[in-house]
Design a protein around this ligand. Structure first.
Ligand SMILES: [Zn+2]
Ligand SMILES: [Zn+2]
Length: 125
């Protein structure tokens, strides 16, 4: 089990997750509907260039919506096409992009550089 933490403030941003494989490919039906999540709950997959960690959209309990309304556009969910739309609840740093709209994928992409899976070193922090 791994809990990814904010690299800036050390607050947990993900649920407990384990490495997993996508439930389906990146293609989606052309219809106007929200597709099933790419990843199963509790799993993550590192993307091709190790810059992103792909998770189930509900596995980021330590995040909040971006304060910039332009980042959280979407009609049925979040489009996620205008930059990261989730921030760390602890410090407000951009940590992830959620896509959950009727014409996008359905996933959360954690920014690898913004998080750490190192155990917390200072228990008093
Ligand atoms: Zn829609
Ligand atoms: Zn933080």
């Amino acid at each position: 089990m791994t809990v990814f933490r904010c690299a800036n403030c050390q607050k947990p941003v993900t649920s407990e997750v384990v490495p997993g494989e996508p439930l389906r490919g990146p293609e989606r039906p052309p219809s106007h509907e929200v597709v099933p999540p790419r990843m199963a709950p509790g799993t993550f997959k590192i993307n091709f260039d190790s810059s992103l960690l792909i998770l189930h959209p509900d596995d980021l309990p330590g995040t909040a919506l971006h304060p910039d309304a332009r980042r959280i556009s979407g009609c049925c969910g979040l489009a996620g096409q205008d930059g990261p739309n989730l921030v760390c609840v602890g410090c407000g740093v951009e940590v992830a992009t959620k896509e959950s709209d009727c014409w996008t994928d359905n996933l959360a992409a954690l920014i690898a550089a913004a998080v750490t899976d190192e155990p917390k070193t200072d228990p008093g922090n």
